[in-house]
Design a protein around this ligand. Structure first.
Ligand SMILES: C[S@@+](CC[C@H](N)C(=O)[O-])C[C@H]1O[C@@H](n2cnc3c(N)ncnc32)[C@H](O)[C@@H]1O
Length: 246
């Protein structure tokens, strides 16, 4: 059942608007610069078509898009969608400093009601967004709607750690130290407390795989990093486009 929650969306949007100016710095510090490595792993998945048009859902300050553009030397077009104007303004400022600046376009809007035509994209990616989305059913349905048949969706996100030797260290760092670092560097402990809480309260990665299947995707696979603390989901929109001759 679809459960849109406008007040939660407004709170999340407002929070990203507040931290936009410090978001990149905090990402690098908190993840020990691993965030960009994970993004590159995800991007590789989408590069199986020449000059693809890719949707970046919850594009934020554009790091996923810029990483993809750099990787293929501009032979890609990316439309980054986000509901936080301040995050997109940072992305826009960074665009002018990029070599292939025309490859990226930024659009403000919700990924749960994406302002794009059906079957417009050759691929879709979304990094560290799922935990923030109030209605994942609508999110995945929209991702599916805007993809061409046979196109791939790749998502990255953080998940609650499984109970093993790694979990206590992760919990100490992520639930205790990260809000403190956020307070220190971004002046917004509340936002980074939200980040910890959103991970703690999120689904298991296997549950997200089921949601993606339920939205009509096929070949859903899951790749785990850091003992499952960060996971990548890859899926394909079922159905193949008919060739013109058939
Ligand atoms: C943690 S940031 C990730 C940004 C970027 N993908 C990255 O890898 O750095 C999450 C982003 O998702 C956006 N977001 C969350 N829910 C959204 C929604 N329903 N529609 C559009 N953007 C959303 C937020 O505004 C924020 O910019």
């Amino acid at each position: 059942m679809s459960v849109l929650n406008p007040s939660r969306d407004r709170a999340v949007q407002g929070m990203f608007d507040r931290i936009a100016g410090r978001y990149d710095l905090l990402n690098r510090v908190i993840s020990f610069k691993l965030d960009n490595w994970w993004r590159r792993q995800a991007i590789e998945v989408l590069l199986d078509r020449p000059n693809p048009l890719i949707a970046d859902l919850g594009a934020g300050t554009g790091d996923m898009a810029f990483s993809a553009i750099k990787h293929v030397q501009g032979k890609i077009r990316i439309v980054g969608l986000d509901f936080s104007l301040n995050m997109l303004q940072v992305a826009q400022r960074k665009t002018s400093q990029q070599r292939f600046s025309s490859a990226a376009t930024w659009v403000q809007g919700s990924a749960m009601a994406a302002p794009f035509k059906a079957e417009a994209f050759d691929g879709a990616m979304s990094a560290f967004v799922l935990r923030n989305v109030s209605d994942l059913e609508s999110f995945f349905a929209e991702a599916r709607r805007v993809l061409k048949p046979g196109a791939k969706l790749v998502t990255l996100d953080m998940f609650p750690p499984r109970k093993n030797w790694f979990a206590p260290f992760y919990c100490l760092y992520f639930y205790r130290l990260v809000p403190w670092i956020g307070g220190l560097l971004a002046g917004d402990r509340h936002a980074y407390r939200y980040l910890s809480d959103s991970v703690r309260g999120f689904h298991a990665p296997e549950v997200v795989s089921d949601m993606i299947r339920h939205a009509g995707f096929a070949k859903v696979t899951l790749r785990k990093f850091l003992n499952g603390a960060v996971c990548m989901h890859i899926a394909e929109k079922a159905g193949v486009t008919r060739s013109r001759s058939s």
